[in-house]
Write a protein that binds this ligand. Sequence first.
Ligand code: ATP
Ligand code: MG
Length: 603
Amino acid sequence: MMVNLFNVFDMSSEKTPIAPASNFIRGIIDRDLAQGTNANRHWAGTPGDAAHHAAGQPDPAKIRTRFPPEPNGYLHIGHAKSICLNFGLARDYEGVCHMRFDDTNPEKEEQEYVDSITEMVQWLGFGWEAFGKSHLYYASNYFEMMYQAAEALISAGKAYVDEQSAEEMRINRGTLTEAGKNSPWRDRSIEENLSKFREMRDGKHADGSMVLRAKIDMASPNINLRDPAIYRIKRAHHHNTGDQWCIYPMYTFAHPLEDAFEGITHSICTLEFEDQRPFYDWVLERLAEAGMLAHPLPKQYEFARLNLTYVVLSKRKLIDLVENKHVSGWDDPRLPTLAGARRRGYTPEGFRLFADRIGVSKSDSWIEYTILEDCMRETLNLSAERRIAVLDPIKLVIDNYPVDSNGKSQSEDCFAPNHPLKPELGKRTVQLTKELWIEREDFMEEPSKGFFRLVPDGLVRLRYGYVVKCTGFDKDANGNVTTVHCEYLPDTKSGTPGSDSVKVKGNIHWVSANHAYEAEIRMYDRLFKEAHPGAGDRDYLDDINPNSVTTITAQLELSLKDAQPAESFQFERHGYFVADRKDSVAGKPVFNRTVTLKDTWQK
Ligand code: ATP
Ligand code: MG
């Protein structure tokens, strides 16, 4: 299903971002708060929170959500939806969102990912300091408690050590239409299970020789409840716990425990975990019965993940694009990683607006890339100062403009507003001289109907300057126009009483050739030319847009020489551009096109 939200929301640029729309998760939280579902929660003892939540003390946070990435990759635009949702709820409901690294899987995690993830969450405008402490957690710090939870299940007769081979387990699991078969090890005694599990922990058994399984129901219509594995043997070095453990919890067992240990109230995940929810509840309820956890328990809610047209978000494909050099790196401005989006000039405000605008639903859908671009346009329209840039320059010579006795042009101040919506930002001075740069497309030798810019014998206003009349033009050997000649009308300067004396229909921008900063600009476009890269039996790599970046040399107004890395501007009539945060050096910024002024993709 393709959702076009243009009809639903007012996209006019003057509007400030809309307040977060209500959604089904907010509905659940409103209900829980009204009913006091999570009031007076007391702590069973959370390693991370122990210091803050003395036993028996009620939780100061009204709700607790979490963002639990595995530190095995870079965040992308899909994660931004989850971050804005979880941190946004915590912000709006006087709660806290835990920043939790789900690092229970040994080997895969790296510090580089941890650093980049925390940086991006903060860049999006969120934090985890609340109620006097930091709520940044590592799931691997709970290994001992998870182990105790597993022993508690064994002691309650709810888990057993299975010595079937992986192949036997797979066969005995059954299918969607057939019930599974009980393992021959399923009915060992509690004592035997406990001692076998301790042997697993103590390294007495080979990797893969046995697993601990929850004892639920091999005939359950939900395959996830057919005695899922909860601990496996794996001799692997862990970045946090080193070689302390040779058994590791399975994700589906670890996750509800992490939530419970941290006192999460609303555990929000994507729809593919819906079938896991019964197991999530099963684990927590059994442990509550065993006295290890206290009610109220965390509850899992699922929402539709973000699918965005013209983008791939799968970790495998992103790695592929980077490693096979289809892009320049993880922060290539064309990649949908947050590091790439930031370098492209996308804004945190734009992402938050986007998250609010697309909302949260229970059914999968595709969101049009244009909606994201519009959110960036809207926020940049408010924040970015205006500047002048000539991207495809040709010369305009004002033949009657005064020169001194050496033939040097007079130089004259013109005043350009920094932001039409924010007069308080004032005006800046741009120099007008005899020779200017103008856009090639602003002159037409044989004008088409409705072309009101520069044409032979025609009048046009030089924006913030004078009205000029075109008097001729020069061409090179190939017939391309190189220089346009004109004469100015001295009484018509913008901002003077004479400015209205001559009426013109067109208005063009320019940069003084004596006061220009010649700069490299990367004109970025979409990375894929198809809305659904790789749909059908196409290879998604074949859908790469061959023109996703073009590097040009442009003539910019001189003030842009001082642009700071990551500073964004609207180049009048062209779009939004940002000084590249990596490749700009002081006094010599290079610019990335963030987004055009209008949606030109469909044309
Ligand atoms: P993996 O395949 O490694 O699990 P992942 O993209 O799910 O990849 P995680 O680190 O597990 O990566 O993601 C962290 C959180 O971000 C999860 O809670 C997940 O639900 C959420 N998330 C990931 N992709 C999307 C998406 N496209 N839209 C919304 N949320 C997402
Ligand atoms: Mg995941």
